[in-house]
Design a protein around this ligand. Structure first.
Ligand code: GLY
Ligand code: MN
Ligand code: MN
Length: 434
């Protein structure tokens, strides 16, 4: 059994003998005229198949307990232009499906399998065009039943959300996934080290992005997990800055939020360091607050921990720090109550990480936070962003700092998979000197 066939087995078990599920590959996306964006398989589809071609459909039949892949046909001429494709027969063998067929017959296959089922599971709204096709087939079966045709089959009367099943599975990573996440984290950490070593005043942000991509690719990560943020000086106060086009100036900080995608699994690291290799006193003051929040939050990650408590732990450190720097006035609790801190810290402490950088899975369930359990994988990413303004002392203006790590919840506590990327002031300065 592969991890993929094991996951299909679990889904088949879940949907039961009167259920059917259908999952679609990602579509190709046009970039310009007749060129496409690099193809990225849909995370759900890949999670269940390991199959990396567009124009494919997975049908899980709960009654027969079978998985059927419908995929592109072999095409010798097309393959000369656009590369290898498996075709149904070879895909069935290579990926261990029970049955396989041409994608041109997926609707027929689906129409057969949907008959006499009670529940139809799909990832509704992910690909609306596919929803319409699924509903057309479902409707056709329903109508034939409604007309009382001889031997008419019934159609499912429950349209069920497959995401509710798969998100729960994807939330707790299996051994195969943890290995890949660890590798993505290691590659991402190596890229941050390279960026620290290469950065000099007078370079521009794009040149540093090139260093990150170079390191990702040479370790086998073809793509970044998301658009890299390489933000010098005030650009760091824009949370999703990805233009990466400005000069890096002596005396400024550089915030880099970048992670590799390795075999469909994401790294997501942020480090912030001085362009010239030495923190100023004011930069260091702010940096140490964010670092303390990052370290305290990571130390609190363990099974049964409540995410809201971890968030609160980090928040109190950040708010106390802002009070110490006289950027806020009053008490810690008062500032948390009034949310005055949001001027300087306006995002959450972290998110699940997996095949998607903002991975699926609930943080809350029935109004209560989901308690952490072994196999969950989260970022921890506190930050402070002090945009220039008249009431901000000059030496704090345009300082934006975030420190982000990738943390696996283990049986006894947690593992920080991105610890290799330096984050203590002395270690960063030493890395930059090296
Ligand atoms: N890189 C996106 C994030 O940290 O959430
Ligand atoms: Mn993140
Ligand atoms: Mn990030």
């Amino acid at each position: 059994m592969t991890p993929y066939s094991e996951r299909r087995r679990r889904v088949l078990q879940h949907i039961g003998s009167d259920g059917i599920a259908v999952v679609f590959a990602a579509p190709e996306q046009r970039r310009s005229n007749d060129t496409e964006y690099p193809f990225r398989q849909d995370s759900y589809f890949y999670y269940l198949t390991g199959f990396d071609e567009p124009e494919a459909v997975l049908i899980l039949d709960g009654a027969a307990q079978t998985a059927t892949l419908c995929c592109r046909d072999k095409d010798p001429l097309g393959e000369i232009w656009n590369g290898f494709r498996y075709g149904a027969e070879a895909a069935k063998e290579a990926f261990g499906f029970d049955e396989a067929d041409s994608v041109v017959r997926w609707r027929y296959r689906f129409a057969q399998a949907v008959q006499n089922k009670r529940r139809l599971y799909a990832l509704w709204q992910l690909y609306p065009e596919r929803d319409r096709e699924v509903m057309q087939e479902w409707h056709a079966v329903q109508q034939s039943a409604g007309r009382g045709l001889q031997n008419a089959s019934s159609a499912p009367d429950n349209l069920c959300n497959l995401a509710a099943v798969l998100d729960g599975m994807r939330l707790v990573k299996d051994g195969h996934e943890i290995g890949l996440l660890k590798k993505a984290a290691e590659i991402s950490a190596a890229a941050h080290i390279r960026a620290m070593q290469k950065t000099r005043p007078g370079m521009d942000e794009l040149q540093i992005e090139a260093e990150l991509l170079h390191e990702f690719m040479r370790h086998g990560a073809r793509f970044p997990a998301y658009n890299s943020i390489v933000a010098g000086g005030k650009n760091a106060c824009c949370l999703h800055y990805t233009a990466n086009k400005d000069l890096l100036r002596d005396g400024d900080l550089l915030l880099i939020d970048a992670g590799a995608e390795y075999r469909f699994y994401a790294g997501d690291i942020t480090r912030t360091f001085p362009v010239n290799g030495r923190f100023s006193a004011a930069q260091k003051d702010v940096y140490e607050i964010v670092l303390a929040a990052n370290e305290a939050a990571i130390a609190a990650v363990r099974p049964n921990a409540d995410w809201a408590d971890i968030h609160q732990t980090a928040l109190k450190i950040l708010v106390q720090g802002l009070l110490d720097l006289k950027l806020l006035e009053g008490s810690v609790d008062g500032n948390i109550e009034s949310q005055a801190y949001r001027r300087f810290y306006m995002h959450g402490l972290g998110h699940w990480l997996g095949m998607d950088v903002h991975d699926v899975g609930k943080r809350w369930h029935d109004g209560k936070p989901v308690l952490l359990q072994a196999g969950m994988y989260t970022t921890i990413e506190p930050g402070l962003y002090i945009a220039a303004a008249d009431d901000i002392p000059e030496h704090f203006r345009d300082i934006g700092i975030r420190i982000e790590d990738n943390v696996l919840v283990t049986e006894n506590g947690c593992e920080n998979h991105t610890a290799a990327a330096p984050k203590r002031v002395a270690n960063i300065e030493e890395t930059m000197r090296g």
